[in-house]
Write a protein that binds this ligand. Structure first.
Ligand code: VGL
Ligand code: ZN
Length: 215
């Protein structure tokens, strides 16, 4: 018996705090939601991730007296950018965007749950010490091809794509279904370059849907 290769869609952090009016608003993030809804129909397995921080998380500037958002501190030998409070567990800001279709989502992976370490990737924390279980899940479901969309291109999408390709999955980023923070001009472009150099294939939603998607 041959097993047909299965494709998974991983939707990264489509949460209120990264969308319009959220505490860490990513420019243009709302435009991703209709694309995410349409794209889901084309995959065997749909997975969503949530940034899911305790309120005393080390990535919050508010937990570092004397520091402000955008500053960089060193935590356990890792550089940590300080962010506004965002995606606090069980808060409104941590909920998925209200227009995101959720009925096809088979599994959620939570990241950044340990107060002492951030986790941009959906596979591992930033020190690569703890796995979230996503890789095992994909292997158990015989998935070889993974397609990634979401927020933010230059942080969580980037590190999820890099871990995916380094783990040996055929990794695709759906470029037009991602938006970035762009703390510094060029961050999005540089992130895409880095991903390409590491073996990630850049595609667009029409390559998957074979028709334009009305937003
Ligand atoms: C993210 C910054 C902080 C992301 C999460 O989802 O890209 N960025 N936490
Ligand atoms: Zn976060």
């Amino acid at each position: 018996m041959t097993i047909k290769p299965k494709k998974a869609l991983i939707m990264v952090d489509l949460q209120n705090d990264f969308c319009k009016g959220g505490s860490l608003e990513v420019p243009g993030s709302e435009e991703v939601i209709p694309l995410a809804n349409e794209l889901q129909k084309h995959f065997d397995v749909v997975i969503a991730t949530k940034d899911w921080h305790p309120k005393d998380h080390i990535s919050f500037a508010s937990n570092h007296p004397g520091y402000k958002v955008g500053d960089v501190v060193e935590v356990e030998h890792l550089e940590q950018i300080l962010w506004p409070n965002h995606c606090v567990q069980d808060s409104k800001g941590a909920e998925l965007h209200p227009r995101l279709e959720t009925s096809r989502i088979q599994h959620f992976f939570l990241k950044g749950i340990d107060k002492n370490i951030d986790s941009y990737s959906a596979f591992f924390d930033n020190a690569h010490l703890r796995a979230t279980g996503l890789a095992d899940y994909l292997l158990r479901h015989e998935i070889q091809d993974i397609y990634i969309l979401g927020l933010a291109t230059d942080y969580c999408v980037r590190f999820t794509c890099l871990d995916a390709t380094h783990l040996g999955f055929n990794t695709f980023i759906i470029e037009d279904a991602c938006r970035g923070v762009e703390l510094f001009p060029g961050d999005i472009k540089n992130a895409l370059e880095e991903m390409k150099n590491e073996g990630v294939t850049v595609v667009r939603s029409e390559d998957i849907c074979k028709k334009p998607i009305a937003c």
